[in-house]
Design a binder for this molecule. Structure first.
Ligand code: ADP
Length: 490
């Protein structure tokens, strides 16, 4: 498993991190963290409740009063050191990801690089939160707009990117001058706590980053506290639409600013003019990375009738030859387990119901026997837009191929969803590439490209996929309040 020279134990914590201290739950309760590849217990962490959340919020609020006045350059230096430490310890951090979340070790290393890059990006953005001096509206007035840190930012994050979903938010918040209370997913708290260890080493002052851990049972009361407590100025959430909507409703009473990165139902369109091999390589990434468990994974694969059969046949071969299911530490494994039993059952039900409605299994179609939450990579053909596999977010390694005739039809199908996160299409017709990218109602569009995210650009969804955006030049604005200062002059 772990290669020599690494000290993973130094990063595996069994306490939460509040006010710069490693702390237990007030109740003394803990919960276990398990490895989804084999069900083995990795350790336990505090099962905190609403009162622990209150204490962390008070700490973050107190700390905010000093942190907000630090110079951007000071915050930049700290974030830069944090980035460098994450890079230095990338193998230890990646090991924790593979242990608690299951993704293959190379994918976990990729996540740490991505995660660290957000800290680097925001260390740079810290010094660029320019305001405006605007032309005056009257002779006796002068007007400017400044941006100030919004206050304490609360974060609730999912398990599929246990490190990057936190740094994308925390990096922006710290750069802006906000302090943080974060609750990582119950499946993957270890990666979050390891980040705290490095934050401390980087010089993040006590109370600026607070991470509280809890079981699923306490997720709801903690979430309620984060939404309702008036000392919190901002909630940033990444997760399901259902929980996002609940949090939004809970935030209404205190009119919290919110950022929501919710689910997706990404279309992946292959037009007749496309380079089929390129499209297949793109799809392998967009569909099967993290075993299909990302919110921007291709969900509905729309293939034009002229290339449909060729595409499906070639894809089947590539799935057979390129994908290997197993424990993420095993060399050559590309497909780790699904996160838990519930996820396996959901994917199995989607496949079975589609087959019942006429879809055909070309590859896979079932779970892998033995321990662990494994599902075999699956290719379905003759899928229709009416099937639940096309309507729901699959979140598993199932490629569902739908046939279409015209560009208009493809756009209509692609947009016929309440989601609007990522979309992809492959074409070699330049006019078509403009038409389609402008017609798609999604926050992100990959044109002949499947790896569409990076710290330099915006990540965010339209429609019910979310509010606000992360990364890029706009990401820091989610943690800044704009202030109009109007001077009356003689
Ligand atoms: P997923 O399907 O990825 O688990 P969820 O939206 O259920 O998506 O979970 C995302 C995060 O939200 C996790 O950290 C989870 O524990 C947390 N969560 C789930 N339910 C609630 C809730 N009622 N209030 C606050 N957080 C919640």
């Amino acid at each position: 498993m772990a290669s020599s020279g690494m000290n993973v134990a130094a990063f595996q914590k069994d306490k939460a991190y509040v006010d710069g201290k490693w702390v237990s739950a007030k109740s003394g309760k803990t919960f276990e963290v398990t490895n989804p590849s084999n069900g083995k217990v990795l350790g336990s962490v505090p099962d905190m409740d609403r009162s622990d959340a209150q204490a962390a919020i008070e700490t973050a609020y107190r700390t905010f009063q000093a942190w907000k006045s630090t110079l951007p350059k000071e915050r930049s230096d700290i974030l830069r050191r944090w980035f460098e430490l994450c890079v230095k310890h990338k193998k230890e951090l990646a090991t924790l990801i593979t242990l608690e979340m299951g993704k293959s070790f190379p994918e976990a290393e990729g996540e740490i690089a991505y995660s660290a890059n957000f800290l680097e990006w925001y260390s740079e953005e810290t010094r660029r939160t320019y305001g405006d001096v605007t032309p005056p509206p009257a002779h006796n007035k002068r007007v400017m707009v400044i941006k100030q840190p919004i206050g304490v930012a609360a974060m609730i994050t999912p398990w599929n990117f246990p490190s990057a979903m936190l740094t994308r938010k925390i990096g922006a918040a710290l750069a802006a001058g906000c302090t943080v209370v974060a609750r990582p997913a119950e499946d993957t708290p270890l990666s979050a706590l390891a980040l705290c260890e490095l934050a401390e080493q980087a010089g993040v002052p006590p109370g600026v980053v607070n991470v509280i851990t809890s079981s699923r049972e306490n997720a709801s009361p903690i979430g309620k506290e984060l939404c309702e407590n008036p000392l919190i100025a901002k909630i940033s959430f990444t997760g399901s639409c259902a929980v996002g909507k609940l949090l939004l409703s809970q935030c209404a009473n205190t009119v919290k600013k919110t950022s929501m990165e919710l689910g997706g139902n990404a279309p992946f369109i292959v037009f007749d003019s496309a380079d089929v091999d390129k499209a297949i390589q793109g799809l392998m990434f967009a569909k099967f990375r993290v075993t299909g468990q990302t919110c921007i994974c291709a969900n509905r694969i729309l293939v034009q009738e002229g290339v449909y059969d060729k595409f499906v046949q070639a894809l089947a071969k590539v799935i057979d030859s390129q994908l290997k299911v197993g424990d993420g530490f095993e060399p050559g494994v590309t497909q780790g387990p699904l996160i838990n039993k519930r996820a396996v059952e959901k994917v199995e039900n989607l496949v079975n119901s589609s087959v019942g409605e006429g879809a055909k299994v070309v590859v896979g179609g079932s779970r892998k026997d033995g321990p662990g939450n494994f599902f075999n990579p699956t290719l379905l053909r003759d899928v229709t837009t009416e099937m639940s596999v096309a309507k729901e977010e699959i979140f598993g390694p199932v490629a569902a191929c739908i046939k279409f005739k015209t560009e208009d039809e493809a756009i209509a199908i692609a947009n016929s969803t309440s989601y609007g996160l990522a979309s992809y299409f492959y074409t070699n017709d330049i006019s078509q590439s403009y038409r389609v990218s402008e017609a798609l109602e999604f926050g992100m569009v990959g044109v002949n490209e499947a790896a569409i995210t990076s710290p330099e650009t915006t990540f965010g969804g339209w429609k019910e996929s979310g509010l606000g955006s992360e990364g890029g030049k706009y990401g820091i604005n989610e943690y800044l309040a704009f202030k109009n200062i109007c001077y009356g002059i003689q």
